[in-house]
Structure formats: structure tokens, C-alpha cells
Design a protein around this ligand. Structure first.
Ligand code: PMV
Length: 319
């Protein structure tokens, strides 16, 4: 994507949220991980502002508040992009998001990617994926402290990717389409606090943690093979193993544990685990073929934000 052009009155961009299938947290410390885009998006519109400063506003239905991390990310990105651009009037950034905040579904990353792209395009600046990701990662850092970059890379590229810090994201070719069940527990948490908590555990148990990091990489490579060959039972088993490692590093909670056990015991499901930072947030499950909709109907009585997602191919989109 190389866009350099005249300024327009409004530029709108959207980007998807994400789920992490294997390797969260360990990816911060160098392991491979697998992540996928989901069918929930954030849309950002950029226009000139009458005000003397950058304005970030959420549309009413998005239910955003001023100290919401997404405002922080969008404003930080705008300040960085506009830093050296003298003579440009302040901009207004409007955010509309289908992705609940603090849910582990990549809301701030989707907003960061969409904000970077919309603003670069609005200002007629040259942009490519690397440039968009560079600014999007700044937004994520403003909110999450030390993110690995997996959230923005997945949101930007779409599809399903293998990611590590040194090599970035590479696409995985699915042998057949796949559906995941996503259940937001309703417990909002702070990714930055959880990343710090895990870093403390790593310091206290360094050798054990390093072994778990290597095993998360191995498990993610096996998960990639399962996705490429369509071996869903194996993928489900790998997700269950990853779940155990996440409990050990202290990011599970009794409520999440209970939800996962309920899914695994009672539902037609091949695997289930926390997705993202944990400490609350969301759980994902891999339903047996044809049983996803029945699981949603049952679980949504207790968890209103439960949905099935395919893996959309499109990441960032200039609307
Ligand atoms: O955005 P969250 O809360 O789903 O967490 C992102 C995944 C982590 O591995 C915990 C952090 C990271 O940047 O990789």
C-alpha cells in the first residue's frame, strides 16, 4: 500500500480485533505464537478540527470514556505523526468499535492500526505496512508498556499468522475454513499489569520460565502444522496444553478456570483456553464441526458477549 495524495475532508479506516491461539505472554519473551483476526472491527475517522488541539471522540454507542486506553493510544499516535508537521491544523479522530475494551480481543491494537492508517492517509503522507505498524506499535506501547507487537501485526495483516518478535508476522494457509468460539468473561483487566506480573514470575523462576517459553514455541509450531493440515483434534489438544502453562504463570482466575472447565466438560468442543493477557478478559474454544452455533446459544445465556468468529482475510481496510 503506497498512498501519497491530496488531502480529503474525512478519511476512514477500519481494522479487526484478534484472538491468540497459542503462545501469549511467552511471545513477549521471544517465543513463537499463533494469532488470528476476528469478525469484530474498530473504525476510525479523521477530519480537521475547529479546536486548538487534537480531539479524540468516541461515538455514543461505543461507550468510550476519556481515560479509556483507546483514547490514550489514538492521541499518542496522532501527536507522533503530527510532531514535525508545522502548519497543519489540529485533527479530530472519531472512534467506533465493536470490540469491548479490556477483553483480550485487541481493541487498542485495532484502534491503533486504524488511527495510524487513517491519519497518514488523511495527511497525504507516504505509507506502507511497516510505517503504519511503526506508529500503531507506539500507541500500543503507550497503553501496554512492553507489548510484543503480535496484536497490531495481526490486526494489520488479517488472516491467521505465526508471530515472533524477531521475524514479525507470517501468514498461515488454512487447509479449510475454521471457526472459533469467543466468550468475554465480562471481567475487564489491564494488559500492562499482567505483562509486569509475568515478568516478575520470570525473574523469580528463570530457568523454568525459559523452558516454558521454548515449549510455547514448539507448541505454536505444532499448532501451525495442525492448521495447515486441518487436524482440528490436535489443534484443540495443543490449546489445552497451552492453557496449563498460562495457569502456571498466574494469569488464570477461578472464574476463567470455571468457564473453561464448563466448556470442556459439557460442550461439544475440542479445546478451550484463555486468549490474550488473561486475569479476566476472554476465553476461546474450538468447537467440533457443526456444533458452534449450539454452543453460542447455550453459553450466551450466562455470558452475553459470546460469539462465533471465522478468520477474516482482510486486516486493515481504508474505507
Ligand atoms: O491485548 P491482550 O490483552 O490480548 O494481550 C496481548 C498478548 C500478550 O502476549 C499478553 C502481550 C503481548 O503484547 O504479546
Amino acid at each position: 500500500m503506497n498512498v501519497e495524495g491530496p488531502l480529503r475532508n474525512v478519511v476512514r479506516a477500519s481494522a479487526p480485533g484478534k484472538i491468540i491461539i497459542t503462545g501469549e505472554h511467552f511471545v513477549v519473551h521471544g517465543s513463537n505464537a499463533i494469532a488470528a483476526a476476528i469478525n469484530k472491527r474498530a473504525t476510525v475517522s479523521v477530519s480537521f478540527s475547529e479546536s486548538s488541539d487534537i480531539i479524540v471522540s468516541g461515538e455514543e454507542e461505543s461507550n468510550l470514556s476519556k481515560d479509556d486506553g483507546r483514547f490514550v493510544a489514538a492521541k499518542y499516535i496522532a501527536r507522533n505523526i503530527l510532531k514535525d508537521k508545522r502548519g497543519i491544523d489540529p485533527v479530530k479522530i472519531q472512534i467506533q468499535s465493536e470490540i469491548p475494551i479490556g477483553s483480550g480481543l485487541g481493541s487498542s491494537a485495532a484502534i491503533s492500526v486504524a488511527t495510524s492508517a487513517a491519519l497518514l492517509s488523511f495527511l497525504g503522507l507516504e505509507m506502507d505496512k511497516a510505517k503504519i505498524n511503526e506508529f500503531a506499535k507506539l500507541g500500543e506501547q503507550a497503553v501496554h508498556g512492553n507489548p510484543s507487537g503480535i496484536d497490531t501485526a495481526t490486526s494489520l495483516n488479517g488472516g491467521i499468522v505465526r508471530f515472533n518478535r524477531s521475524g514479525g508476522a507470517s501468514p498461515i494457509q488454512l487447509s479449510e475454513s475454521i471457526q472459533f468460539l469467543v466468550i468475554f468473561s465480562g471481567d475487564i483487566r489491564n494488559t500492562s499489569d499482567l505483562i509486569s506480573k509475568v515478568a516478575e514470575r520470570r525473574t523469580a523462576f528463570r530457568a523454568t520460565f525459559d523452558n516454558l517459553t521454548r515449549s510455547a514455541s514448539f507448541l505454536s509450531d505444532k499448532a501451525r502444522l495442525s492448521l495447515e493440515t486441518g487436524d482440528l483434534p490436535n489443534l484443540g489438544a495443543l490449546m489445552n496444553m497451552n492453557k496449563a502453562a498460562l495457569s502456571w504463570i498466574g494469569v488464570s482466575t477461578p472464574r476463567l478456570q470455571e468457564l473453561i472447565e464448563k466448556i470442556l466438560e459439557n460442550e461439544p468442543c475440542l479445546g478451550a483456553k484463555i486468549t490474550g493477557a488473561g486475569g479476566g478478559g476472554s476465553v476461546i474454544a474450538l468447537p467440533k464441526p457443526e456444533s458452534g452455533q449450539a454452543m453460542v446459544s447455550k453459553l450466551s445465556k450466562l455470558y452475553p458477549y459470546a460469539f462465533l468468529t471465522t478468520v477474516p482475510e482482510v486486516g486493515l481496510r481504508l474505507e
